[in-house]
Design a protein around this ligand. Structure first.
Ligand code: ATP
Ligand code: MG
Length: 360
């Protein structure tokens, strides 16, 4: 039977099934990951091969090296994920894969692999938006969580405040106008001489610092919109260090890291709490690599409790890039009949989560 006829049959069968198992693949940046996820929220395996050690040498991700490493790692990581899940390929109901946004070469490795598997196994292919994946990580860590809720997506490339109206229905209520929060962490860490990736380095060093030592700017904190800006903060840290160095004055890296981190956290928390009130939402979630930040978690928890919001955040392993979150998002797409054909291409710089509310 031709592939598309098989898929039509499969999609009809899926409507009747109680147990849907998805093999998911994530290769958008420098993590090669494969996961097996049951019914969207039960993670049977989640294997991640990180290239961080390799890119540390260059102070950031080198796209061509990332693609080549994905090619080496992808098949073994899929085998590991299937073995750990303890199931054969015949038990799968679909293949989920990140198709964007991300690095073009890196995405192509994951998508080509997913297409080959989908075709060979006659399974539906489900292309997943990476940002939808990050948001979905919350469903894994909190099986009781259902939309609607407000989600602060803070990752290496994105800082979005998203009103999750329903599965697959997103409205952006605010976003960064320049650098993403994770990008600011990475750039400031580099200036401070801390290792890549900068976020975890700053998080750990800041624990020994005084967050009130230096008053760095908190852009837009009092303005009546939910957009962010972190590029001025990054420049303020660079200028602060430059001035001290020129005067041959010493500084404590711990204090600079803690004060920078506090400036980021204050803006993120303040805007999120105000947006939840503005849009009448009682649940707040955070997602993306920066959601693993201890100061952000602590501060958001305190403020959410103070203002009466329920707060959700993923376990650290589901904050940074992983295939389990892609499997979760793929499940909700699949049960809503959203599968892709084999012409699906990568979308390096497009996310479907762009629609603004209110429309501008
Ligand atoms: N504990 C932490 N504190 C602050 N930032 C962190 C922490 N852990 C990770 N990060 C940051 O999170 C980012 C990586 O997150 P993630 O993997 O979600 O981003 P990405 O996939 O590169 O970007 P995107 O998801 O926007 O495409 C990096 O910028 C990293 O420094
Ligand atoms: Mg990511």
């Amino acid at each position: 039977m031709p592939y598309f006829c098989e898929i039509k049959k499969r999609l009809n069968e899926i409507k009747e099934k109680d147990e849907i198992i998805i093999l998911a693949i994530e290769t958008s940046c420098d993590e090669t990951s494969a996961a097996v996820v049951k019914n969207g929220r039960i993670v049977l395996s989640n294997k991640i091969s990180s290239q961080a050690e390799l890119h540390r040498h260059y102070g950031g991700v080198v796209p061509e090296i990332a693609s080549r490493k994905h090619v080496e790692a992808i098949n073994p990581i899929i085998d590991e994920a299937m073995n750990e899940a303890g199931i054969g390929f015949d038990r799968l109901d679909g293949i989920g894969v990140t198709y964007g946004p991300g690095l073009v070469g890196a995405l192509l490795v994951g998508l080509s692999t997913a297409k080959a598997l989908a075709y060979a196994l006659s399974l539906p292919l489900v292309g997943v938006d990476h940002i939808e994946g990050h948001i979905s990580a919350n469903y894994i860590s909190h099986p009781e969580l259902e939309p609607p809720f407000l989600c602060l997506v803070v990752s290496g490339g994105h800082t979005h405040l998203v009103w999750v109206k329903n599965y697959g229905d997103y409205k952006v209520v605010g976003m960064t106008r320049d650098d993403a929060a994770g990008e600011a962490f990475d750039k400031v860490a580099r200036v401070l001489g801390l290792p890549y990736p900068g976020g975890p380095s700053i998080d750990s060093v800041a624990k020994k610092g005084n967050a009130q030592a230096i008053q760095f700017p908190r852009a837009y904190i009092d303005e009546d919109h939910f957009d962010f800006s972190f590029s001025g903060l990054k420049t303020a840290v660079i200028n602060y260090l430059h001035n001290l160095k020129q005067r041959n004055e010493a500084y404590r890296i711990e204090d600079v890291a803690a004060s920078f981190q506090q400036a980021v956290v204050d803006v993120l928390v303040s805007k999120t709490i105000k947006a939840a009130a503005r849009f009448g939402l009682s649940k707040i979630a955070i997602a993306g690599g920066v959601a693993a930040n201890s100061a952000l978690r602590n501060c958001m928890s305190l403020q959410a409790q103070k203002h009466g919001y329920e707060l959700f955040y993923p376990q650290p392993v589901f904050c940074t890039d992983n295939a389990a979150m892609i499997g979760c998002a793929a499940y909700y797409n699949l049960i809503h009949g959203k599968a892709d054909d084999l012409y699906l291409n990568v979308e390096p710089s497009f996310s479907k989560i762009t629609a603004r509310y209110p429309q501008k």
